[in-house]
Design a protein around this ligand. Structure first.
Ligand code: AMP
Length: 209
């Protein structure tokens, strides 16, 4: 199954992507994580992307489209994949179509802006593997230490309050139109993000059945 997860930053796409990945045994692909990794490794692409990311803006389409093209060509995508954070603009969705990638379902996790702002301030992310936690809803077993890899868990630079407002604007202006894009082909399923992560997961799996 080829899936896309849509939703505002902080809506919980990453966590749901991880859970679908475990259950369906298909890779979860996060362009945000791939870009952060490149920034950390100081690659050419990372250097280009860093200022956009730090300011809460989108990295140029051609950069992320290149990333996705390369990633989807890998063997582990042969039986399907979950895209978390891509596409984020209409040209990115068109690029997927032009690559001949057939999307089966698009799940949009709906969370109102007020709750997004509150959630993101409590989000903590592993600096090494990108696993996502929350100081209230999804705690690490040991304070500040990633359950998965033992890396340091901290507030992401672009999760700072000033940047979140910009990311939400960008989401409404550039990413939300994707709902209409996928609704036209009958692929869109809306899931109301719940207070409890497990409840959102249950609704997400219902949307996939
Ligand atoms: P995320 O972890 O998905 O919230 O992504 C973090 C940041 O990476 C975004 O705010 C953008 O700057 C950049 N980014 C991730 N995915 C994309 C995308 N599909 N298009 C453009 N920029 C992206």
């Amino acid at each position: 199954m080829n899936l896309i997860l849509l939703g505002a930053p902080g809506a919980g796409k990453g966590t749901q992507a991880e859970r679908i990945c475990e259950k369906l045994n298909i890779p979860a692909i996060s362009t945000g994580n791939i870009i952060r990794e490149s920034v950390k490794n100081g690659t050419e692409m990372g250097r280009r992307a860093k200022s956009f990311m730090d300011e809460g803006r989108l990295v140029p389409d051609e950069v992320v489209i290149g990333i996705i093209k390369e990633r989807l060509a890998a063997d582990d995508c042969a039986n399907g994949f979950i895209l978390d954070g891509f596409p984020r603009t209409i040209p990115q969705a068109q690029a997927l179509d032009n690559m001949g990638v057939v999307i089966d379902r698009v799940v949009s996790i709906e969370v109102p802006d007020e709750r997004i702002v509150a959630r993101i301030s409590g989000r903590r992310v592993c600096k090494d593997c990108g696993a996502s936690y929350h100081i209230e809803y999804k705690k690490t077993a040991k304070d500040g230490v990633c359950d998965k890899c033992g890396g340091e868990v901290a507030l992401r630079k672009d999760d700072a309050p000033g940047t979140v407002a910009e990311r939400l604007n960008v989401h409404h202006e550039q990413t939300e139109p994707l709902k209409a894009y996928y609704e036209k082909s009958g692929k869109l399923y809306l899931v109301e993000g719940q207070e409890e992560i497990d409840d959102t997961t249950r609704l997400t799996f219902e949307a996939l059945n």
